[in-house]
Structure formats: structure tokens, C-alpha cells
Ligand binder design. Sequence first.
Ligand code: TMP
Length: 238
Amino acid sequence: MEKRQQLYEGKAKKVFATDDPDYLIVEYKDDATAFNGVKRGMIRGKGAINNRMSNRLMQKLEAAGIPTHFVRELSDRETLVKSVEIIPLEVIVRNTSAGSFSQRYGVAEGIDFESPTVELSYKNDALGDPLINTDSAAALKLASRTEIALIRQYALRIDRELRRFWRICGVKLVDFKLEFGRLPDGEIILADEISPDTCRLWDAATGEKLDKDRFRRDLGGVEDAYREILRRMESHDA
Ligand code: TMP
């Protein structure tokens, strides 16, 4: 597959056309942003780590019966994916209180939930990605009610699969964000990435943060945390 013109540059990835309109190439960058682009920086080696991690996790999810955009890893930083129309919803699954959940509801971080929560945000930078419910998302025609119901089911299945995997690695999956897309025939598949940029991953024994919160909160050791989480993944990924 031939890499053609750049179609889009996001905060953490670039997207390129290929000679086949059904496929795109994503290229992961080391750039990092937080708080809707207000905080900017670079995490050396992040692009390669996120590419690898996201691809491995998507392959596991495919094996578990969840359709994803993953096709083939092309290089350290580049992956061939199916071209989809992105559904403008950020789908956030939480197993433990943290981040905006703790802020919004005034609770400490680290309280484990009896069952996971699924939150939807309207993916719209100008509005600051506001929370949205199914009725409003359907009213805005971001997705149909049937699509949203399926997305919620997928999100909970993905949570079960990822939690099981990370537990084996000695890592607690606190929360994560997913994005889904629509293929030309209407099929809904998992898109975007699953990485330390989009998940909260805590050491199961010590609670040490092994994810982008180290960057967001200026905790230091950002690169080391990304390397450590990749090492954990790969040592349990025969
Ligand atoms: P939050 O607690 O800030 O709402 O974040 C919940 C999860 O979603 C966390 O794992 C980080 C991830 N996330 C993204 O991937 N992109 C974003 O823009 C935001 C705000 C959060």
C-alpha cells in the first residue's frame, strides 16, 4: 500500500491517504498535549510506544470478537487502518474514580466501582468536549440510538478484555477513552488508539501512575513510565 498525501494532523497523530480509498495510514507523534491543547510538550519515544501498544491491544480485541480498524503495523510509528467516518463521541469507561469524574462529583481518586460506568462526550474541541447523553447525541444526529447502544456494549466488552489483560501485567485499568467509526457499509468498529495517552494505568501494587497523567500533572518520569508500561505489556504478550 502506497502512502499518499497527509489528510489531517491531530494532536498525537497524522493521518495519510493511501492508493486505496478504503485504507489510511496513521503516524504516531511524540507530541503531547493536555487540557484541550493548552499544555503542550513532547514525550520522547511515545509515538513508537503508543503505536505498538495500540496495535497489540486491538489485535487482542479482534481475537475476542470486537471489530477494529487495525490492519497491519507498517513501521515503528506507522499503521495501516481501515478508513472510517469517525463518530464524534468520546466514549469513556471508568472502573475507579479519577480525573474529571473525581472533580465533577467531589470524590477522591482511587475508589473502585462495583460496576463500570460509561460516559459519552461530544468530541468538539471548540466546546471543550462536553458530556452528552444518548438523547442529546441522537438529537444532534451524532449517531443513532441503535449505534449508541452497540457502542456501549462494545465499550463494556472492551473493558472486560483490557482489565483482564492488564491485571496479568500487574496493572490496574482505572479508566480509558475510546472512539468508534463507521465503515461505508455502516458497520461500527473501534478506531483511534488505546495507549497510555488514552488510559489511566496504575501499578496494581503501589498505585504508581504509568500513563499520561505524569505529563498532565507534571509528576516527572514520563518517558520512563511509558517504557515501563510497554515492557509490562510485552513481557506478558507471548
Ligand atoms: P478524564 O478523567 O479527564 O475525563 O479522562 C478519562 C480518561 O479519558 C482518561 O483515561 C484519559 C482519557 N482522555 C483522553 O484520552 N482524551 C481526552 O481528551 C481526555 C480529556 C481524556
